[in-house]
Design a protein around this ligand. Structure first.
Ligand code: PAF
Length: 283
């Protein structure tokens, strides 16, 4: 695996591949890689001739008082994992390589970015959309892969790509879970041993809500309320638990058939998010 730190080096490697007629899949990450990230690389391998991954802890998507300074930095281990997963090139830029000091341009996907995680983390999705747009311009991939775990992020990126006519296919890849159901996340390492035992209850709440809906319950407010109480009982501070339309994340109506259950809750100091996407036979 080749590792490059600057945009000119990245562009050079990409140009060589393009001249040879090769297609490129891109996996953007913030490092601290787990099985979920490696699955993105595995799927990327199946989709294109060359796989580019990036590790960039993007300061603009962290709010004041969030964990930018303490976000796990595990560059050497990450490089080994990407190498073992058969990544062709790692783009590992420093902050000034990505953001000019006097940069004035921000990409905002209005509406979608203010809901759910965007309501609790103002500006977060502007940071995500801006850096992903910039990375797409740097790498110019044919396809880019993102985890379904960050469902709202994926929806924001799909909207940005459509609205700005960015010529890249966006693929969502299934969430990888621990044996007890907890969605893999870099932030799981913040959980204490006791919280780690409780954490899968978030997925359990999502599964129970899905069972209720698949059994014909369409009282979505009641389902959300039950999930909220269940999570509180186990010591979570729920942020949101919503039955939404998977297409645009609007609140689901009884005749919507493609749904996503979106949930976020704090357990101690750790904010966990998860979701379940499924269809019901309404029509
Ligand atoms: O999901 C992530 O790791 C980040 O939000 C992303 C997409 C790499 C942008 O910084």
């Amino acid at each position: 695996m080749q590792t490059v730190k600057t945009v000119p080096e990245l562009r050079h490697a990409i140009r060589v591949w393009r001249l040879a007629g090769e297609s490129i899949a891109f996996v953007p990450t913030m490092g601290n890689l787990h099985e979920g990230h490696l699955k993105l690389v595995t799927v990327a391998r199946q989709k294109a001739d060359k796989v580019v991954a990036s590790i960039f802890i993007n300061p603009t998507q962290f709010g004041v008082g969030e964990d930018f300074a303490t976000y796990p930095r595990t560059e050497l281990e990450d490089q080994d994992k990407l190498n073992a997963a058969n990544t062709d090139l790692l783009f590992l830029p420093a902050v000034p390589e990505v953001y000019a000091e006097d940069a004035n341009t921000v990409v905002t996907v209005t509406g979608l970015s203010e809901l759910y995680c965007g309501a609790s983390r103002p500006g977060h999705f502007n940071g995500v959309a801006t850096v992903v747009c910039k990375l797409f311009n740097m790498v110019q991939p044919d396809i880019a892969l993102f985890g379904l775990k960050d469902f709202q992020q994926l929806t924001v990126i799909r909207a940005m790509v459509r609205d700005l006519n960015i010529p890249v296919e966006i693929a969502g890849v299934e969430t990888v879970r621990e044996a007890d159901g907890l969605a893999m996340s870099s932030r799981n390492s913040y959980l204490t041993a006791e919280e780690r035992v409780t954490a899968p209850k978030l997925y359990e709440a999502l599964c129970a809500a899905r069972v209720a809906i698949l059994s014909g319950n369409r009282s979505y407010a009641e389902i959300e309320q039950n999930a909220w109480l269940f999570l509180q009982k186990f010591g979570f501070q729920p942020d949101y638990f919503c039955v939404c339309r998977s297409q645009d994340l609007k609140k689901a109506e009884v005749d919507d058939s493609d749904l996503v259950l979106l949930a976020a809750a704090k357990l101690g100091k750790t904010r966990l998010i998860d979701n379940l996407c499924f269809s019901i036979g309404n029509r």
